[in-house]
Design a protein around this ligand. Structure first.
Ligand SMILES: NC(=O)c1ccc[n+]([C@@H]2O[C@H](COP(=O)([O-])OP(=O)(O)OC[C@H]3O[C@@H](n4cnc5c(N)ncnc54)[C@H](O)[C@@H]3O)[C@@H](O)[C@H]2O)c1
Length: 277
């Protein structure tokens, strides 16, 4: 998708972090923006950064709820017509060991990080195919979608799911010769609000009670805060990938050594390597 001017983008998780920077980058390209987030305050803060004449629709939407994502798609089409660029980006993170993680937090994170992407694909892809226009879907996974990070099992499981889902989608659209590109974004740590997902934790989803959770939380916060690339850098790299129709987007090149190590251990049938050790 080389020409973005005048086209329409829908961005989930647009109230903070990557989503906000996708919005600013797409606005700079002259796109119509449909910005969605669980939190309306975040959307308003993003909108306040846009030029006054940017065509924008703000929509509160919980990506875990299929009917709300469907309503987002309807609102986007009613306002701007066909949607050309979809960012399935909203996400949350939790930490703690596998066996004491609560079922409610499993459901919460899987419903947002994985099913949120599924809902986006179900509500937007067919219309993109039918339009025949050049369209593109960006699914935000993570480097964690290619690694097994101790203390981040739920997050890793959800992001591995987004990677394989995106690969399957790419193959299926290719088999149909659809004019719809796919990218899967796989960053390492970047300073955003992701380490503060606790603020969004549903009241009925108790935190992992294991003592190790505290140290995993602290480690994640520290890693996120010290990320060298900014969310704006990631947005720029991602839009370049959209224009080049590049599938895998790894803003952090150094993380590839860990991924290669994991894959080599798999192919050699060796005991998994602990990427934190
Ligand atoms: N920051 C990193 O280090 C990093 C690295 C790899 C991948 N990611 C992924 O990037 C994506 C964006 O996260 P970010 O880093 O910008 O964090 P962020 O917390 O700054 O932004 C995430 C946004 O998603 C929204 N959100 C959360 N749950 C939602 C829901 N149910 N429905 C709609 N919106 C919801 C939040 O309100 C927030 O505005 C996530 O999928 C995250 O997993 C982040």
């Amino acid at each position: 998708m080389q020409e973005l001017k005048g086209k329409t983008t829908v961005i989930t998780g647009a109230g903070s972090g990557f989503g906000r920077e996708f919005a600013l980058a797409c606005a700079a390209e002259g796109m119509n923006l449909v910005l969605a987030d669980l939190k309306h305050e975040g959307l308003e803060a993003t909108a306040a950064l846009l030029d006054a004449d940017t065509p924008v629709l703000l929509k509160t939407c919980d990506v875990a709820k299929p009917e709300q994502v469907e309503a987002l798609a309807t609102a986007a089409r009613e306002r701007f017509g066909n949607v050309h660029l979809l960012f399935n980006n909203a996400g949350v993170a939790v930490t703690g060991p596998v066996w004491t993680a609560t079922l409610e937090e499993w459901r919460w994170v899987m419903d947002v990080n994985l099913m949120g992407v599924v809902h986006g694909l179900r509500s937007f892809t067919q219309a993109m195919i039918d339009s025949g226009e050049a369209c593109h879907i960006v699914n935000t996974a993570s480097a964690a979608g290619h690694l097994s990070v101790p203390g981040s099992s739920i997050y890793c499981v959800s992001k591995h799911g987004v990677v394989t889902l995106s690969e399957c989608l790419h193959h299926e659209l290719g088999m149909l010769k659809a004019n719809v590109g796919v990218s899967v974004l796989c960053p390492a740590f970047v300073p955003t609000g992701i380490a503060d997902s606790e603020n969004l934790r549903p009241q009925d989803a108790p935190k992992n009670p294991h003592p190790m959770t505290k140290s995993s939380d602290a480690m994640t916060k520290q890693a996120v805060a010290s990320g060298r690339l900014s969310a704006a850098d990631v947005a720029r790299i991602t839009l370049d990938a959209v224009k080049a129709k590049r599938f895998y987007v790894f803003p952090h090149q150094k993380i590839k050594a860990s991924i290669e190590g994991r894959l080599q251990h798999i192919l050699d049938e060796r005991t998994p390597h602990n990427s934190l050790a």
